[in-house]
Each structure stands twice: as C-alpha cells, then as structure tokens.
Design a protein around this ligand. Sequence first.
Ligand code: HAM
Length: 410
Amino acid sequence: MLQKPRGTRDFLPDEMERRRLIERRMREAARRWGYREVCTPDFEHLELFTMKSGEGIIQEMYVFEDKGGRQMTLRPEVTAAVLRMYVNEGKVLPKPIRWCYFADCFRYERPQKGRYRQFWQFGVELIGADTASADAEAIMLADDTLRSTGVTFDLHVGHLAPMKHILSDLAPGDQRAIMACLDKHDQEGLTAALAGRNLTHLTEPLAALSECRTVPEVFEIAGDVPERARIEETFALLDSLNIDYRPDFGIARGLDYYTGMVFEAFAKNLGAENQILGGGTYRLAHLFGGDDVASCGFAIGFDRVMVSIGNFELAHEPVVGVVCTPDARARALEVARAFREAGVRAEADLMQRGMGAQLSHAAKTADFAVVLGKREVEAGTVTLKDLHSGEQKERSLEDAIAEVVRHGAC
Ligand code: HAM
C-alpha cells in the first residue's frame, strides 16, 4: 500500500471542519485589526531564503531545480515571500501596510508530534511603522489571535538588543552560533560553544539575562542599550492594556532577520514542540531591491494549536437524505436543490438502491429522510421522516424545509 510522504498528514472531514473553524477565528481576529489577506506562491527562488540566512538553511528546505535549470524551493516560511511581494507590488501603498496570510510551509525536519514537514502558518506582517506602537500592536494582535482559538498559552516578550550587547565583542559568526544555542535552549551546546571560544565569562550574564523577569533588571545586567526607551515604551503599552505576558530577554529566535523586539508563545499543555507562535521586528525588503523598511510580524504554528486544542465537538448541522422510487428521481433532484438553496445539506441516492436500502443508508448518514414516491410526486408534497425519533409526516416542500431549518437552529 502506498503511503503518504514522511512528515505529512491526511485530514479527514471532521478534522478539516475543526481546522476550518479555528482558521476562520484567526482570520476574523486579524480582520478586526485591519489586516487584509495576501497569498504568495508555494515555491520561490531559492535565493529569497538564502540571502539572509546563508546556504546552511538549504539542508532544512525542499530545494529543487526546475525544468529551466533554476534553483527553487518550497517556502519554509512566508515572511520573506511577503516582503518580496511588498517590493514587487506594494511599495506605493500607503503605510503602514497590514497584511495577513494562512499558508502551508515546508521544512525538511525530523518529524515528531507537532513537528511536520508540511505545516500551516497563520501570520501577519506590519510593514512600514518603526514605532513602539507598531511593536505593541503586533504583540497584542498575536495575543488576541491566539485567544480567539481557545488555546491556553504563555506569551514571552523580549528584545535582542541586550543579548547582542553582551555578545557585541564577538565576530558575527560566533554571535550567531551562540544565539542558535540560546534559541534552542541547548544548554550543553551553549557551554561547549562558549568554552570553545574562551568565552566562559559570558555564561553568567547570559544565564542571568534569560532569568530576568523585569525590564529594569535587564539593563542592570546588559548595561544601557540605545533601544532602552523603545523597549520601555513597548512594555508600557502592553501593560496599559493588561496583556498577560512575561518579559523574556533570553529569546534569540532561529531565523536571522530579526532586529529588535522578539516574542514567542508556548502552549501550556504541549511537550517538546510547544512553541505555537514566533515573531518580532525585522528588515528584509532592502535585500530584495526595495527600501530599508522596518517591519514587524508573527506566525502561528496552526498545527500545534490544533494539537493543543484537541478534538472538540463540532456543531452538528442537519443532513437530509433524499429517498425516492425510480420514477420520482427527477422530482428528487428538484427537492434536493430546494433544500440546498435554503442552505441545508441534502444528499441524493447515486447507487440505484431500492427504497429500503436508501432508507437504511440515510439512517446511518442523515438526520432526516425526505421520501418521494408516486403519491408525493402527484400531490406535490414530500414525506419528511425524522430519523432520530422515527416520526414521519407528509407535508408541503416549503414546510419540510422550514422544519429542517428550525431543527438546525436549535
Ligand atoms: P518560526 O518561529 O520559524 O517563525 O515559525 C512560526 C511557528 O511555526 C512556530 O512557532 C511553530 O509553531 C510553527 N512551526 C515551525 N516549524 C514547524 C514544523 N516543522 N511543524 C509544525 N509547526 C512548525 C517564522 O516562520 C517567521 N516567519 C515568523 C514571523 C512572521 N516573523 C515575523 N513575521
């Protein structure tokens, strides 16, 4: 039996309905903040992602050569593509630009629960506002969007400046290696990376920074940084709206483009793969031929949110099975159409089964059977059978539709 590729999933209808419901809630949250949906291609030129992150990222991507010999990749994330699109089409739009997306991404990772090779992100990008208010808006929207899904989470907010200040004497490559260990919370790797570079004196300030829970403490450890006023203003805005977050200046973020404010959210009930959101401020457009515009955004790991929420009950919509004799088939099609026009799910027999077999199929798959035989066709009526109570009554088509619709509303 042929199997699906490793790290991918199939979704049955119940699961798809749950996913669509949560997806709608996230889109709705973004809409309320003025974010409009955009869509970019599933694949891009490889250099879109290697420009900032270097060739090292290739091993984590689905890279391929197309028939024209071009190096392409399935997108591992959407931010770079959205900024490419901004440079291509959006530069003339009034700023700030508020965009959101729901898209599948592809990363060549070792699959486990909550970590897939194809996964979906719901994200937003706020382009062209370089202020504490913009940083705070992105964080507040992240909080609002996650809340709308019903997931329970911890929100961590930090800024890269204090950590970069502690690491400021290091070469960029060393800085990156150490920040990668901090991002993965890889304590062993960090100890080795610091020891290998004769930097053990940084162990203590880096640990202290990660443990800081108030903003003033951060500057005691890292010293004054030019971004201090902006950091304080952003945190004050979050406090003024009582956003429930924790200052966390140990956040390093895995992607290379972040420049300042960074934030992450963690689902309370998940294990190793509990990070359900990541974001921050960044600059990318200038790399793609655009202006050096400040941007800020985040992406939610939709699949992890779904794992965290679990299998909730879906609201049940009534289903009508249209059951008919062979000579009532044309009328059955009309009746099914009338139910559908009223918004009701109606299914007709396609198997040329007898009435008895049609009824027992409807009993397994529907809430109501609408029975059409010679008598009903001649009288212009239908027999509506409630498949739960067994009650049945002949009535006009309009009354039958009204009854099913009423049932759906209760
Ligand atoms: P990221 O942290 O790489 O950020 O990904 C965002 C979220 O996607 C993660 O927090 C996680 O929930 C989910 N995720 C990542 N990899 C996987 C995977 N293999 N399987 C399932 N879920 C996964 C970004 O992608 C940035 N573009 C976010 C951003 C937007 N920053 C600014 N704007």
